[in-house]
Design a protein around this ligand. Structure first.
Ligand code: FAD
Length: 428
């Protein structure tokens, strides 16, 4: 039995194919077409929605790994490669991606498939970095799309409904260390001073009932950051001298030795610190991912950027009115408008709000209420999180849905790549 990351989705596929190369993907899809079975491409299984749940065929992409080429600022990578492996490869060559999500276990194909975003107001999601793909369509034919291909904005957030990605080409940027800091602040102050918009990377962990937030922000490393890191690490630190040649090692040492953050404040809740001492310095893929990734259920919503303050206020009022207090912090990030036709940030600057529910508890009352509040503010759900949207909601909120469906009809006329969830979302 297949189980996803949170444990909340299970599947009993009649067959699991794990092709070793592109020819193997073509053969698997052609075999499914001959037998009339449906196929769901599966990445690392992090998504909490039933995107890959099926009792037909699982096409496990985990053997389609490795970097094909790095040419100028473009990297071409096999779609089953994990973000961790890709970022490690790029770092060894002085490059990185502008998008660092909370976990790096996701595969490139899966992360692109759901429009995975980071925490930068200036650069879009992983989908926005895609400049070309190779995919196997519903008839088992190999297609190559480049930046000029009109279908690319469908495939950029394709939900595994358009074909099996075998290779993805992405934009890269030069690798540069970040200094990341965290501090506890009143939410109103954090929203008022433009924190989310003023840094290379930023995120808020908001405790809605108390109106407090852990503000996390990353910026290019300055002399002050290095001095602060050394000061934090110095007193009890016999090994720092050995580590000081490497900023990544320094970040780890600071994190290991420094005192707890939030000096001078008494939080009304138990905020978790990512970097003890509130500061770390290192490569983005080392310091930005969440060191304690959430194993429960998540619902995440993309709302228009300027609705953020109202959304947090409404969420607080609605949940406390119904006795569903948001005890766990809510994650907030922002990003620019996206071009991908089904990306939740399509066409508008976006604020992301993620709400968590522990494994084994009934998430529906809370997530249903969150959905109701954020839908009123024109929210659209992250496809990898829990939601109950149908094609009716997509028709209302995604103006390019008809274009997406045209591409679906062209790439997968026989609906090889669907399941009950996608039938509900996109129509049969
Ligand atoms: C702890 C945690 C933290 C997260 N943090 C973030 C975050 O910071 N930002 C964010 O935006 N999201 C985040 N996510 C969501 C995550 O990025 C998505 O679930 C992503 O899709 C995971 O990739 P995957 O390889 O696990 O894909 P899967 O969940 O396996 O699949 C996702 C979709 O991609 C399709 N797919 C997979 N491989 C292929 C392929 N080769 N060709 C075509 N389609 C394919 C599948 O059919 C499916 O529709 C997080 C999830 C968790 C559990």
């Amino acid at each position: 039995m297949w189980v996803n990351w949170s444990g909340g989705q299970q599947a009993n596929p009649r067959r699991t194919d794990r092709p070793l190369d592109e020819a193997g993907v073509v053969a698997a899809v052609q075999r499914a077409a001959e037998r009339g079975t449906r196929v769901r491409p599966v990445g690392a299984g992090l998504s909490g929605s039933p995107l890959v749940v099926t009792d037909d065929v699982h096409l496990d992409c985990s053997a389609l790994t490795g970097v094909v080429s790095l040419d100028g600022d473009r990297v071409r990578v096999r779609a089953g490669t994990s973000l961790a492996a890709l970022l490690g490869h790029l770092a060894g060559r002085g490059r990185t991606l502008t998008v660092i999500p909370d976990v790096l276990a996701a595969s490139v194909g899966g992360a692109v498939g759901t429009g995975t975003h980071g925490g930068s107001v200036a650069t879009g999601s992983l989908s926005a970095q895609v400049t070309g793909v190779r995919l196997v369509d519903g008839l088992g034919a190999l297609r190559a799309l480049d930046a000029e291909s009109p279908e690319l904005d469908a495939v950029r957030t394709g939900l595994g409904a358009l074909g099996v990605l075998t290779e993805v080409e992405l934009r890269t940027v030069p690798l540069a260390e970040l200094a990341v800091r965290e501090e506890l602040r009143p939410l109103d102050a954090a929203l008022a001073d433009g924190t989310l918009d003023a840094h290379a990377w930023a995120a808020l962990e908001v405790h809605v009932p108390s109106g407090e937030a852990v503000v996390r922000r990353g910026d290019p490393v300055g002399a002050d950051d290095r001095a602060a890191a050394e000061e934090l690490a110095a007193p009890a630190n016999p090994v720092l001298a050995a580590a000081s040649g490497s900023a990544e090692a320094l970040g780890r040492v600071v994190s290991w030795l420094a005192p707890a953050p939030w000096p001078g404040s008494r939080p009304a809740w138990k905020p978790s610190s990512r970097w003890d001492g509130g500061l770390a310095i290192g490569d983005p893929h080392v310091v930005l991912p969440d060191p304690r990734p959430w194993r429960g259920e998540i619902t995440e919503w993309a709302i228009p950027r300027d609705a953020l303050r109202a959304a947090l206020r409404e969420l607080g009022a609605a949940t406390s009115a119904r006795g569903l207090e948001l005890r766990r912090p809510v994650d907030v990030r922002v990003g620019p408008a996206e071009t991908a036709w089904l990306h939740p940030a399509q066409g508008r600057a976006t604020a992301w709000i993620a709400v968590r529910s522990p494994r084994g508890t009934d998430h529906q009352p809370l997530f249903g209420l969150v959905a109701a509040v954020l839908e009123d503010l024109e929210g659209r759900p992250h496809w990898a999180g829990r939601h109950d949207w149908t094609v009716a909601e997509l028709e209302r909120t995604y103006p390019r849905l008809p274009d997406f469906l045209d591409v679906r009809n062209s790439l997968d006329p026989g609906r090889r790549f669907t399941n009950d969830h996608l039938d509900t979302l996109l129509g049969p």
